[in-house]
Ligand binder design. Structure first.
Ligand code: HEM
Length: 448
């Protein structure tokens, strides 16, 4: 859960601070469902894996395993998210992603999550933002090209010292022999700091980034009209804040932070305010929930597989592959969605133009035809890098190198401090079919 920011923004003239009195997205959803349990979507079909209870209760594994063995591409009709195709095997997902002309990401066709961008039930109340993850070629190409230089190996080297120093500070601030929430104290804090460094965002307001991201990226909140309005207000406020930053950076010279890069690039400096905002939300949400939940996943997985924790402790040379394996094992985004632009055959299934396909990365990364013993964490796994957690093809995660760097630094700095993290208390997971992660992870530290 994001911490609510207490301070007034640094940026003068930003809109009235709604966020100071607003609950986080998770708090708002919890409160709403307590009073209106009837608003929880009803799912009746066995293979309707859009149901969030299987993720919050961590019992999705056998359902996807059954689909992979019986019918890896299958159609669900009449779910609360409408009709959709489940695409569950590694091979089929790569195939779909390699054909972006036939399988569109465009928001005009429905976007990149199972939630339809133009859902009749809540139409006009939704705050829609165009972003390049939800664009097809050629628009996608130019906008991605603008952002990509922020993630080159040279840029990673430039950012590494700062990230390492900040990571060390956070780890050094943690208590030993006391129970605390790893999600709040480490995963959220470090990810927020990473994004603030990337955007050169006003440091004392950095917690706004995770607060906004939670509201922007929650597919469950968007299904409930009352909460969707609150989301709109909060995102408008984010828009005001970033518009102010945009103006400040436009008046300053070129700089390597992402906002300046966007302003001073040809492909992006003519963006409409909605496009500018959409791409910022993309970078914040894209980098936030994903990295955060992998940081929690690492600790949870090492606790569940003590032999792998022992290996990490005795041989830090496994760290780079351990990062890949932890990303595979956690898969912090459960799915991406595509929409067919024409009638087509998909491994013997007749997919019609306009139909939606949900690519379940969570399932591909447990595909037993690619990964031996896929439900086991194995830091020596030779093909861990073949995971699809970053997607595949033209939309493959542009921030992957930054995420890998931050995760590697976290493991290296934990190792340097001989820090062992044990899960001792509550483990709460996110109630969502899109973000796959942890809300709470109560741990204690000891030295190894
Ligand atoms: C473990 C961490 C991360 C995971 C698992 C992850 C996952 C993904 C996935 C699945 C996609 C879509 C790929 C596809 O459609 O084929 C994506 C795209 C993207 N990600 Fe990440 N991501 C992570 C970290 C980051 C970070 C740190 C950033 C930036 C700060 C970022 C920014 C983006 C952007 C901008 C896109 C859109 C790329 C495009 O459409 O061309 N991600 N990511």
């Amino acid at each position: 859960m994001a911490t609510k920011p207490a301070d007034t923004p640094d940026v003068q003239g930003a809109a009235a601070p709604v966020y100071r009195t607003s609950p986080t997205a998770v708090e708002a959803l919890d409160a709403h469902l307590k009073d209106h349990p009837e608003d929880l979507p009803v799912h009746t079909q066995e293979w309707d894996v859009s149901r969030s209870d299987i993720y919050v209760e961590d019992r999705w594994q056998p359902i996807f395993a059954e689909m992979r063995s019986k019918d890896p591409i299958n159609k669900v009709t009449g779910s609360p998210y409408g009709d959709y195709w489940n695409v569950t095997s590694h091979k089929a997902i790569q195939h779909v992603e390699a054909l972006p002309e036939i399988f569109s990401s465009s928001w005009k066709n429905g976007g990149i999550t199972i939630l339809d961008r133009h859902d009749d039930t809540v139409e006009d109340q939704r705050f829609e933002l165009p972003m390049f993850i939800a664009m097809d070629r050629p628009e996608h190409t130019g906008q991605r090209r603008t952002v990509a230089p922020a993630f080159t190996p040279a840029e990673m080297t430039r950012l590494a010292d700062d990230l390492r120093a900040r990571t060390g500070e956070v780890l050094d601030s943690l208590p030993y022999g006391e129970t605390f929430d790893w999600v709040e104290k480490v995963s959220i804090e470090l990810t927020t700091q990473m994004l603030a460094i990337l955007f050169d965002f006003p440091w004392k307001d950095r917690h706004l980034l995770s607060f906004w991201s939670d509201w922007a990226g929650d597919t469950e909140v968007a299904l409930i009209p009352g909460l969707d309005e609150m989301r709109h207000t909060i995102l408008m406020e984010m828009a005001a804040y970033f518009t102010q930053l945009w103006q400040e950076r436009a008046n300053a010279g070129e700089a390597p932070d992402l906002i300046s890069r966007m302003i001073h690039s040809e492909a992006m400096n003519a963006m409409s305010p909605q496009e500018y905002m959409g791409n910022l939300v993309l970078l914040i949400v894209g980098g936030n929930d994903t990295t955060r939940n992998t940081m929690s996943g690492i600790v949870h997985a090492m606790d569940a597989f003590p032999d792998q924790r022992a290996l990490f402790e005795s041989d830090p040379s496994v760290i780079p592959n351990a990062v890949q394996e932890c990303i595979r094992y956690q898969t912090p985004l459960a799915h991406m969605r595509r929409t067919a632009t024409e009638d087509t055959d998909l491994f013997g299934h007749q997919v019609k133009a306009g139909e939606k396909l949900v690519l379940w990365y969570l399932s591909a990364n447990r595909d037993e035809t690619v990964f031996d013993n896929p439900d086991t964490l194995d830091f020596t796994r030779e093909n861990a890098r073949r995971h699809l957690a970053f997607g595949y093809g033209i939309h493959r995660c542009v921030g992957a190198r930054l995420a890998e760097l931050q995760l590697r630094i976290l493991l290296e700095e934990m190792h340097a401090r001989r820090m062992r993290v044990k899960v001792v208390g509550k483990v709460e997971r996110v109630r969502a079919n899109f973000v796959h992660g942890f809300r709470k992870l109560e741990v204690q530290l000891e030295k190894f």
